[in-house]
Design a protein around this ligand. Structure first.
Ligand SMILES: Cc1ncc(COP(=O)(O)O)c(C=O)c1O
Length: 443
């Protein structure tokens, strides 16, 4: 089988033919190739370097973004693992500005747990800090320590990671703020702050409907009292979490706010900080009242909508890309992939793309989903493998190395792909695997 590549920069496309057209180009020179393809190769993204993802830096050694301007043609044929997550820190900055405007003067606590929803917590926190965000929330002590090790000294709320007395010591050592959910944690924080000359701030989550974490309303009184007795701890904040703010009907969320208001008035009427709204809560305002002194958005910062009716103006921040690593000519009726579950509807080409379920492409998208190949939609066919997947090209072949967008382009948003995969964008974003190179750009 052979393929040809249309090297005319004006044509913007490729067509079937013979690969010989490329072989003569050789060397590492930059050549004119189709516009869509060239634009993708020349995208100005700096590459994250070897450190673990949580510790990635968005900048090069000289503190500036390294810009990848273009790539020699030969690289296209030597890409063993071509998958990248192109992360636009400026888009995250824009989304943060939107959140800040919507918060109407309240503090914005940027939720960057799970490695900033797969975007790289250190890179995201650094970019947001440059734009005036000075509050962050992570899940665990480990996630908090990653930020401190990277030199991020801003206040960090540890949402749910206080699991033992040692965690309490680490939180105090790192000057982070623990969120408490039960009396045992008050004891651990008490031990860790014994002899402290100034009270250490803590926050309390109260459960008004999520039934996941937080102090249950029926148990609130003894917990608030136990906290008040601990002279080394100061209850600086109280919050609750919406379970259904992404729905059209907001009655359940309003009921949560009402219950929260009653609990606050009873147990902590003078507390300094109060917050409720996640992304959906913030985007649903003013239909859902904003309550308290701060908000806690996560998903919207990364440009994904918590629900189709919320956040139309958000800018996607992560473009998940790979490349075609092989092209096969197939005849009508030929099976493709494990189990031969898909058969070619006619003679044409199947592209093998360079990522699979180990990289974050949901296995159930095989036969269900679509990707963009050189900017055009094409169906994923056959079963998704661990490291690769098949894409039906029909009669229009593309060269090995052709760019493939899995999600995050203008035309193929993560929300759509998540829906097709029967999941939510949160899950697709955090599933982008460790083998995928993160590249960053900023203004
Ligand atoms: C306690 C808490 N607050 C805020 C958030 C942010 O939520 P979202 O990403 O929906 O904005 C989360 C995320 O799950 C959370 O668990």
């Amino acid at each position: 089988m052979g393929l040809a590549v249309d090297l005319d920069p004006e044509s913007g496309g490729v067509g079937p033919g013979g690969l010989g057209g490329l072989s003569g180009l050789g060397g590492g020179g930059h050549v004119a190739i189709s516009r869509v393809f060239a634009a993708s190769l020349a995208a100005p993204y700096g590459e994250a370097t070897g450190a673990p993802r949580g510790g990635q830096s968005a900048s090069g050694g000289d503190g500036r973004l390294r810009i990848l301007r273009s790539r020699p043609l030969q690289d296209l044929f030597a890409m063993a693992r071509p998958s990248t997550a192109l992360i636009d820190l400026a888009a995250i900055g824009k989304n943060f500005e939107r959140a800040r405007r919507m918060a109407e003067g309240r503090d914005v606590i940027a939720v960057i747990k799970a490695d900033a929803y797969g975007h790289g917590a250190v890179a995201v926190a650094s970019a947001l800090a440059r734009r005036g965000c000075n509050r962050f929330a992570v899940l665990s002590v480990e996630e908090m320590v990653v930020l401190r090790d990277a030199g991020i000294e801003a206040p960090v709320l540890v949402l749910a990671g206080l699991l033992d007395a040692e965690d309490a010591h680490e939180i105090v050592r790192s000057r982070a703020t623990a969120v408490l959910h039960h009396r045992g944690q008050i004891e651990w924080m008490g031990l860790a702050t014994r002899g402290a000359t100034r009270p250490v701030d803590v926050q309390l989550e109260v459960d008004t409907g999520m039934r996941r974490m937080g102090v249950a309303p029926a148990e609130a009184a003894p917990v608030f009292e136990a906290l008040a007795r601990r002279g080394t701890l100061r209850l600086q904040g109280v919050f609750t979490h919406f379970s259904r703010a992404d729905e059209g009907d907001l009655d359940a969320s309003r009921a949560q706010l009402e219950q929260f208001g009653v609990l606050l008035a009873k147990h902590a009427p003078e507390v300094a900080e109060v917050h409720v709204a996640n992304s959906a809560g913030l985007l649903a305002a003013p239909r859902l009242p904003l309550m308290g002194t701060a908000v806690r958005p996560g998903l919207m910062l990364y440009g994904a909508r918590p629900a189709p009716h919320l956040g139309a103006e958000l800018s996607p921040a992560l473009r998940f890309e790979t490349a075609v690593i092989a092209v096969r000519a197939v005849g009508a009726g030929e099976p493709v992939g494990y189990g031969g579950t898909w058969r070619a509807p006619g003679a044409g080409y199947v592209a093998t793309i360079g990522l699979g379920y180990a990289d974050g492409l949901p296995r159930n998208l095989g036969g269900e989903g679509e990707v963009e190949v050189v900017g055009r939609r094409a169906p994923l066919v056959g079963r998704v493998s661990m490291d690769s997947a098949g894409v039906w090209l029909g009669a229009a072949a593309v060269p090995v190395g052709a760019p493939v967008c899995v999600f995050g382009s203008q035309g193929l948003r993560v929300e759509e792909v998540a829906e097709r995969a029967g999941t939510i964008s949160y899950e697709l974003l955090v599933r982008v695997g460790d083998r995928v190179t993160r590249r960053y750009r900023d203004d």
